[in-house]
Design a protein around this ligand. Sequence first.
Ligand code: GRF
Length: 200
Amino acid sequence: MNKNTVILISGSGSNMAAIVTASQKDRWRERFGAQVSAVISNKADAPGLAFAQKHHIPTAVVDHKGFASREAFDAALMAEIDRHTPTLVVLAGFMRILTPGFVQHYAGRLINIHPSLLPAFAGLHTHQRALDMGCKFAGATVHRVTAELDHGEILDQAVVPVLPGDTATTLAARVLTQEHIMYPRVVERLLRHMTVVKEG
Ligand code: GRF
């Protein structure tokens, strides 16, 4: 049995693509019995879904708009995720706030990447806010997910300089390049030390 990883996306999925690429190039299955088992999106038109399909990763869509409450959406999402008995659930640009019940269900096996040096700039528009504050450095954080948004134990951080003339767009691109290096490394490190989740 493999250490299954499920990745949740909402958009371009470039972090997901970096993880899938690393898992295949660095032979995670042969080396430590881990694989990306599924990519799930809350948006049917998320560009990342095509990348996953091209790389032979099963995909699914659970559209939040089809549910009357956050709880109902999270229950459907959990059912879809749990079909893969995941050792690790990776949020990669997944733009939904999760209920405490969801977070509790995946306690110890749910991580996220956030485009700021937490605990600074939780929430949205992180790059513009860093520029507005005159920050000299920016970056991204991989952290465990708790019920409080963008909190939880910090697992790794990547730092980049803020350069003269930066806009939110140029800064975001510089940070994203580092995210693509950091996130697969953290996922690999965790999976190497985790054990397989048993069915049922
Ligand atoms: C990344 O900047 C990530 O830190 C944030 O959303 C963005 C997602 O980008 N949570 P992508 O979908 O992985 O390309």
